[in-house]
Design a protein around this ligand. Sequence first.
Ligand SMILES: NC(=O)c1ccc[n+]([C@@H]2O[C@H](COP(=O)([O-])OP(=O)(O)OC[C@H]3O[C@@H](n4cnc5c(N)ncnc54)[C@H](OP(=O)(O)O)[C@@H]3O)[C@@H](O)[C@H]2O)c1
Length: 288
Amino acid sequence: MMKPRPLGKSGLFVNPIGLGGMPMSIQGRPDGTRSIRTICAALDAGMDFIDTADVYCLNDEDIGHNERLIAKALREWGGTAKITVATKGGLERPRGAWMENGRPEHLKAACEASLKALGVDCITLYQLHAPDEQVPFAESIGALRDLKQAGKILHVGLSNVSVSEIKAAQKIVEIVSVQNECNLYDRETFEEGVVAYCEKGGIALFPYSPVGGHRRHGRVSDDALLQDIATQHDATPYQVALAWLLAISPVMIPIPGASRPESAQSSAAAMRLQLSPEDIARIDKHSA
Ligand SMILES: NC(=O)c1ccc[n+]([C@@H]2O[C@H](COP(=O)([O-])OP(=O)(O)OC[C@H]3O[C@@H](n4cnc5c(N)ncnc54)[C@H](OP(=O)(O)O)[C@@H]3O)[C@@H](O)[C@H]2O)c1
């Protein structure tokens, strides 16, 4: 198993692949029993970090669905002591749409609701889901700083941000993590310099949709190069895609989503997959 990776400069460490909770709570989600089995399977297999959000749900009447599911799974699994749960605020789901709301009042109310849904007194990592163009960025980040000062959250993370937004946020509060879309078919996070900036500043980077996305992951399983490398390692193309992310930067902590225990177990096993420099070079060339 690869060594745990730092959660930025928080002093916390997590195993290098975490669980993304989204597929268990949005449209097409499985029943609760299968979701609980999926979360427990991930934890049994060595994942100790779970990414969620208040808006992983069907619509505004269902806010907190994924957080409540995770809280229930952790109770059934037998304890939260060694598990880090990160959630997010800053979006809403009116009639099932995804809409930004970065107003300080919304973020503060959303954080209170997340504390309740997760059944905790303090959220270890609270991430701004996305900047809201209608609200000055500094006001949204200021709300997170206030939540931290009030002891409601321990650490602050960002999501869907550029380097200039990370820099602007860092003037207001310490940022321990960034969560942007990043996989071998989507390299914007590299090209825009976010990966390099996180490496330089010791910020953890959660690549989301690391195997291509909830509805698009078939591209990874059908990828001939990944299949070829997978066969050589007695692995799957998904595991190769995850191991590549881990290999290309020490700040990467992929958070593959799962709605089946088998997917979570398979993703966790990618923490043991060591690609050769030649494998990495082939994938780099393929994805560039
Ligand atoms: N911050 C943001 O704006 C944002 C946006 C999107 C996602 N996220 C976060 O990132 C997480 C991951 O993104 P995602 O769920 O969109 O996409 P993803 O992780 O690229 O793909 C998830 C899908 O791939 C399948 N899968 C994953 N690992 C597998 C494996 N090892 N073997 C076989 N199948 C595997 C799963 O299938 P099954 O369902 O069949 O298990 C799952 O539904 C989300 O869950 C969420 O926590 C954040």
